[in-house]
Design a protein around this ligand. Structure first.
Ligand SMILES: [Zn+2]
Length: 489
């Protein structure tokens, strides 16, 4: 049986890829045709035979978004908790005092992952780099959702803790690290061999400050053997910057370089705190130049840092310098379009210059930029030969109006509300804004229950025995009743 040919006819707009100019372009009144899971025609009316025709009137076809960095196994359960803190000495990051006490139990990771997937799919994400803890059922969850996933099982040797709320300490356990390494590589190989054809992998030593030099080198070797990238968290906290300087006399970027892992095989999630960052201002290094000449890439996730008053300096500056940058959602909400809008705005505020976070910087980072970092030239663009991963935007949606400049209307106004259908590998996964592949209602119930369970025991894990409400005070106090008073006259 030959692959089915599907023609989406007469789309108002297609954001197609012009290979000669190496940029996206608008095509008006165009057809998008795919055969099986591959795009075979983008352009004026398709004259060949097709097995099915979809009316493209009133729609815009967009390349699927690439989410380069996310933690769906746990982040959805931090909603309502990590946006604002009640303990502020380590408040510039939730990593040290909060994640160890709030993070979900591993058995509740399934519903959390599936809820995140459903939100990501609805916001037009067709490829995700999923940085999670290895667990049974993980690959099945991803495969079932229909998403294209780069599985990144996190592994480390050291664990953060604090016993006073202002000093970060590390509990080292090389044996546990070795065990996690073995389990992670098994998961990597299972993903690479997965029958869906939509799963691949990257090697992921979790964080620069929780893995030692040998561990990083070995991880890189495993990545190179399999011709896959490696991703780690680095330059993600002011605490981490100073910890690396204290340990090694080197900035995080200098240390990665010194141990031989800073290069084109490395993706740095988040790459913010370079020596010249305004919140670091460390005169004894030139991290930006070192990063630029290394070929290493950066996964930029603005939301989780904007919450703490921090930002990359800046996506425009990095991309203009030739540093490969992709966009990741990292935390909740799992909404790629919101993330893209914030990426534009934080860059402009950070630079005091609206040219440092243009729609093009960000749209390209979220499509071809992320795809190139994942070594997937067949993703992130609509062009014959690419995978049929795309979304259809309803140009007549009220929030798109006036749809004078449709990509701007989507990113700055309508967001995921106007994304009607999403296709991955030529198969619809979202139709009329509804996810077809997952039972969102039952997974949401599971997520709520997982968070409730975890919050009940927060005081047992917190160094000071505090409750969830003390650690993350509610916006308003709860009262049984208001004081008796006369009505305002
Ligand atoms: Zn992360």
């Amino acid at each position: 049986m030959s692959a089915k040919i599907t023609r989406i006819a007469n789309l108002d707009i297609v954001v197609g890829w012009d290979e000669a100019d190496r940029r996206h372009v608008y095509l008006e009144g165009a057809d998008l045709v795919f055969t099986g899971n591959e795009i075979t025609h983008v352009g004026p009316a398709f004259a060949g035979k097709s097995d099915g025709v979809i009316d493209g009137k009133g729609l815009m076809a967009l390349p699927g978004f690439i989410n380069l960095h996310s933690h769906p196994f746990s982040e959805p359960a931090n909603k309502g908790l990590t946006e604002e803190f009640g303990s502020d000495k380590l408040g510039q990051s939730s990593l040290y005092e909060y994640l160890p006490v709030f993070g979900l139990d591993p058995e509740d990771a399934g519903p959390s992952t599936r809820v995140a997937m459903s939100e990501l799919l609805k916001s037009g994400v067709t490829t995700i780099a999923d940085l999670s803890i290895t667990r049974d059922g993980w690959l099945d969850d991803l495969a079932r959702s229909g998403i294209r996933a780069v599985v990144a099982p996190m592994m480390r040797q050291g664990y953060w803790f604090t016993r006073n709320g202002h000093t970060v300490e590390y509990n080292w356990d090389d044996k546990a690290g070795e065990k996690a390494f073995g389990a992670a590589m098994k998961t990597v190989d299972a993903a690479l061999a997965h029958p869906s054809g939509r799963l691949s992998a990257m090697v992921c030593p979790s964080q620069i400050d929780t893995c030692k030099e040998g561990f990083f080198r070995e991880a890189l070797q495993e990545a190179r053997t399999r011709r896959i990238p490696m991703q780690t968290h680095a330059c993600q906290a002011i605490v981490e910057f100073h910890e690396m300087v204290r340990r090694h006399g080197k900035t995080p970027v200098e240390w990665l370089d010194a141990i031989g892992v800073l290069g084109p095989d490395l993706i740095i999630g988040h790459g913010i705190f370079l020596s010249d960052h305004p919140q670091i201002r460390w005169p004894h290094a030139d991290d930006f130049a070192r990063l630029r000449s290394s070929g290493a890439a950066v996964a930029h996730c603005p939301t989780v840092f904007a919450r703490r008053g921090m930002a990359l300096n800046t996506i425009g500056r990095y991309r203009d310098a030739g540093i490969p940058v992709g966009i990741g959602t990292d935390t909740f909400p799992h909404n790629m379009v919101d993330e893209m809008r914030l990426a534009c705005y934080v860059a402009r505020v950070m630079a005091g210059n609206y040219k440092m976070g243009t729609t093009r910087h960000v749209f390209e980072a979220a499509t071809v930029g992320g795809a190139a970092i994942l070594r997937r030239p067949d993703l992130g663009k609509l062009q014959p030969g690419c995978k049929a991963d795309f979304s259809l935007v309803d140009l007549s949606h009220p929030y798109m109006q006036p749809a004078h400049e449709p990509v701007r209307s989507l990113i700055y106004s309508a967001s995921e509300r106007a994304i009607r259908d999403v296709y991955i590998d030529g198969t619809p996964v979202v139709k009329d804004g509804k996810v077809l592949t997952l039972d969102v209602e039952s997974d949401t119930a599971g997520l709520i229950e997982g968070q409730r369970k975890r919050l009940a025991t927060v005081n047992k894990r917190d160094w000071a025995g505090r409750t969830a409400d003390q650690l993350a005070p509610p916006v308003y106090a709860t009262r049984e009743r208001l004081p008796q008073s006369r009505p305002v006259t």
